[in-house]
Design a protein around this ligand. Structure first.
Ligand code: THU
Length: 132
C-alpha cells in the first residue's frame, strides 16, 4: 500500500490548508481510505461556541458515510505543527464504528511520518457488533 499511503498522506496535508481554526490556531487535516478505494478528506472546523468544534478526522469520516461508505481501511492525519498528531478519543471511537482495526498514518509539519493502528490506539474497544 506504499503508493496509496503516500497519496493518502498528501491528501491529509492538503486538507489542513482549509482548516477553520481561528481560536486554537491548531490546524488538522485528515484523509480516509475506504474499502471501495475512495478517499475522502476533512479538516477541523471550530466555532465561537467552542464545544461545537468538529475534528478533521470526523469530518473526513462523515463525508464518506454520506456517500454510502461504511468500511474504513486507513486514515491519514496531518498537522503543520512540529509534533506528531494523534487522534482524540472521540475520533478513535468514531473510527471504531467503521473499522475494527484500520491503519492510522500520522505526519507532522517536518514531513516525519509513522504508522500505527486503531487496535493500538483503542485497545479492548466497544463497537457495533456488541449490539447485534
Ligand atoms: N483536533 C482535530 O481536528 N483532531 C484531533 O485529533 C485533535 C484535535 C482539532 C480540534 C480543535 O479544532 C483543535 O484541533 C484543537 O483542539
Amino acid at each position: 500500500m506504499q503508493d496509496q499511503s503516500k497519496k493518502l498522506l498528501d491528501k491529509a496535508v492538503q486538507a489542513y490548508e482549509n482548516a477553520y481554526a481561528p481560536y486554537s490556531k491548531y490546524k488538522v487535516g485528515a484523509a480516509v481510505l475506504w474499502d471501495s478505494g475512495r478517499m475522502t478528506t476533512g479538516s477541523n472546523v471550530e466555532n465561537a461556541s467552542y464545544g461545537l468544534t468538529v475534528c478533521a478526522e470526523r469530518n473526513a469520516i462523515f463525508q464518506g458515510t454520506a456517500l454510502g461508505e461504511r468500511k474504513i481501511r486507513a486514515i491519514a492525519i496531518a498537522v503543520p505543527d512540529e509534533h506528531m498528531p494523534t487522534p482524540c478519543g472521540s475520533c478513535r471511537q468514531v473510527l471504531r464504528e467503521f473499522s475494527t482495526d484500520c491503519a492510522v498514518l500520522l505526519i507532522n509539519g517536518k514531513g516525519e511520518n509513522r504508522q500505527t493502528s486503531l487496535q493500538a490506539l483503542l485497545p479492548e474497544s466497544f463497537g457495533p457488533e456488541f449490539l447485534k
